[in-house]
Write a protein that binds this ligand. Structure first.
Ligand code: KG4
Ligand code: ZN
Length: 332
């Protein structure tokens, strides 16, 4: 089954053709991140305007790279939400138009849960039950997957997402947006024990997360320092990264102990972080389970994981009733 998928929930505009949820036949992503850097975060109107310009070229390029006729498409998948409403509208309306013109079913997709399906691409097939951690710029969720259709939310952030905490901390020490990759880079020769940042809710007894205390603590330290030397920048970055990684790994391993899964999956932009991947690699040696992390190019937003999710959750809807939902929640 060939699914043409469209993703436009944040600043990226993506289109992919995915076969049977596991093989990428064609994949294109256009990012407008460079337009937002001077604002220190995504500027929603600029993102949506750029997406309305690039959506058709991105779809065209994806079809051209695939090289097949449009009648080889079986279904259209699209990110319904959550995300920026102007951005989502561009993708949803483009997908509806394609589904109408090609007379194909349309499958709406929850962007956050879909991140996990980057772990099913390239023929990978994680066994159930699985514990799954989604860590992106907007979301932090810990899930128990008993099957594709039985997914339970164990916990989520009560304030900032993990990526958001990294981005905000990075900004406080003068690193560009998005801060996560720069925090990772600076950390390489920083001392992760130089600053003791708070490990929000690490022992809260549930599976929720809190990262907002971290940026406040970073702000306090930067004020104390007045000017930030090259060394203290590296030390703060390493200490922030270590705090985020410790919280994520501790809570996830707690769920592994409780639920005894066969697989552990991570996904989302922050899953690209090598300290996080390495720490999970070390920790899972104590357990009898397989660890899955997407290849780096599939961690950040793209349409391939949207197409994969749609294959495993193939529930087409009436395209005339479909509209973008900025606040789409986990239960969708
Ligand atoms: O999944 P994603 O591309 O977009 C959302 O759906 O939010 O995640 C973006 C987030 C940003 O906060 C970015 O700083 C973070 O992922 N990120 C990283 C790394 N690469 C991206 N965080 C830590 N280390 C990285 N290497
Ligand atoms: Zn995302």
């Amino acid at each position: 089954m060939n699914i043409l998928a469209i993703e436009s929930s944040c600043d990226e505009t993506g289109c992919a053709v995915v076969n049977d949820g596991t093989v990428i036949l064609s994949n294109t992503v256009a990012s407008s991140v460079e337009l937002h850097q001077k604002y220190g975060g995504i500027y929603p109107e600029i993102a949506a305007r750029r997406q309305s310009e690039v959506i058709i070229p991105v779809i065209d390029e994806t079809l051209k790279k695939w090289g097949e006729k449009k009648d080889k498409i079986d279904s259209i998948a699209v990110t319904l939400g959550p995300g920026l409403i102007g951005s989502l509208l561009v993708g949803v309306e483009a997908a509806k138009t394609l589904a109408y013109v090609l007379n194909k079913p349309i499958i709406p997709v929850n962007h956050v849960t879909a991140h996990l399906y980057s772990n099913w691409i390239d023929g990978k097939n994680p066994s159930f039950p699985a514990i799954a951690l989604i860590v992106s710029g907007g979301h932090t969720q810990l899930l128990l997957m008993n099957s594709h259709s039985d997914i339970i939310l164990l916990g989520e952030t009560i304030d900032d997402a993990a990526g958001e905490a990294l981005d905000k901390s990075a900004r406080l020490i003068g690193l560009p947006y998005p801060g996560g990759p720069h925090i990772e880079k600076e950390s390489r020769d920083g001392d992760s024990k130089a600053f003791q940042f708070p490990l929000g809710m690490i022992h809260s007894g549930d599976y929720n997360f809190s990262f907002s205390g971290l940026k406040t603590a970073v702000l306090r330290e930067t004020k104390k320092l007045k000017t930030i030397s090259v060394k203290s920048k590296k030390d703060i970055a390493a200490s922030v990264q270590e705090a985020v990684v410790s919280i994520l790994v501790t809570k996830t391993i707690k769920a592994v102990i409780q639920y005894k899964p066969k697989s552990l999956l991570i996904a989302g932009g922050v899953a690209a972080n090598s300290r996080l991947r390495n720490k999970f690699d070390e920790e899972i040696r104590n357990f009898n389970l397989e660890f899955f992390a997407p290849k780096l190019s599939l961690c950040s937003d793209n349409a391939a994981f949207i197409g994969s999710y749609a294959f495993f959750h193939n529930k087409p809807v009436n395209l005339f009733t479909l509209s973008a939902q900025a606040n789409l929640d986990f239960s969708y």
